[in-house]
Design a protein around this ligand. Sequence first.
Ligand SMILES: [Zn+2]
Length: 554
Amino acid sequence: MSFEIRHRDMLGRIGRILTKSGKIDTPIFLPVINPAIQLILPKTLSEEFGCRALITNAYILRNQQEDGAKKKGVHQLLDFDGVVMTDSGAYQILTYGEVDVDPAEIIQFQELISTDIATILDIPTSYNARKDDAKRTVDETINRAEQLSKMKTRSDILWVGPIQGGHYLDLVAYSSKKISELPFQIHALGSPTQIMEQYLFDILVDMTLTAKINTPSHTPFHLFGAGHPFMFALAVALGCDLFDSAAYAIYAREDRYMTPFGTNRLRELEYFPCSCPICRKYDPTDLRSMPFQDKQRLLAKHNLHTCFEEVRRVKQRIVEGRLWEYLEARAHVHPSLLKAVKKLKKYENYIERHSTVSKRKGLFFFSSLGLARPEIVHYRKMLRERYSSPVEAKILLLLPQPNRKPFHLDKVIRKLLNLIADSNEKNQLIQVCVYAAPFGVVPLELDEVYPLSQHEIATPLDLETKEYVAEQVRNFIKSSSFNKVFLVEDTKVWKGIVTSVCRNIKRKSLSITFLRVEEKSSEEVVNYIARTLEAAIQDCHKDPVNAVDDITLR
Ligand SMILES: [Zn+2]
């Protein structure tokens, strides 16, 4: 099994999986081909869409075209020379309760038809299942997974190990650990279909990340039944390398037209907001007046174009290191997606550990939603774990963020430093830090480290972002060893929040002066700070006392 990863962003990765029918580049969307109703022929997928891989159902093939499939093999039967993945009836179990095939037979059948990526006959956990029933599906799936190595005879097929447990996360974790002990080349989250249909994307985040956390990260991960392209960015950001969907065809049957922003009924459309070959050639009136079969096929083609296009967009975002920004944009397509993106905060440490945090481009920070992004989590961790203030520094001066980046080049900061520092020794006694959204405290000597100067923020900041920054300031002061702290707050921007969060810091030998100003760059303020610091330097060798001073300059 070879899975080569070229780029990462969040848990998304651009990679390449080698199969016996060639390589596939991930993340990849696999259209579902129903062997009984081929709305779009596999050959068309390959020729018109450049599609290199599809998924079909081994259970349906075995029921309806068993002899042909065994004789020709699945590639020739479908007339498709790309990579074929097969599912094995789990969806039918979920829908009809049971299937008339035994697990050993479906393993053997997939080998006989020479599929490239095969799936054991797992037992999906229904969303409504009681916990004991859910546990039964997990145990039976693990049991069947354990049988695979005794039954399979070929070594050139990649086998998928489905993870069950539904929304019972302890069961998902247990299932993931058990499945990852077995020799599967791909792991998959089974049975999220009902969750997807009900737009419970926040539960999908929990299920997927619980599975990811409990399986080795270098194994490709599949999401069964991914659905609508508006959630592809989320699926990829959660670390799904492969995902399949039949939605393009199901939607087409119901006159539904997919866009990356949601779905339109064909009857609602006056214009096609798309430039695929179908939408260039026809307008909505043309399609509406067509016979059902033709209309359905053209809608399915448009829907497929939308799906493939979205995957390419997501991949490009990974290359640019802009997956977070893209995910935020997609989050605003539907409240259920925003809810899911908000859920990522719960997993921010795991995502940060697996994400690239140094990028070619700067970050865009729009709102507090972005506080969970890996780069911000990473900086917070690094500052706490790896940074210590210069030993000779006795006084901490905390200034609100200037407009200019890097901060040390700001005119007011330079002027202030010049006023205080008529000798090196004095300069070294003072540590100057800026507190800035979205990162928190930035020591001036670090301000050129990526991405502390390489980002753009949308102002005015929202309350949650201000509170986050204030909390970072508080933690920084609390864990430092400075005797004297001067905290300057620009009240126009910070509205007293930083002062109020830091007021109750309990620490031995800390004298803290809160200086609230309305105009941080005024001559009077700069001179006042310089004079106060001068005085502080004079007596910084005296025994420290606990004190709080409140000064407001207007
Ligand atoms: Zn189109």
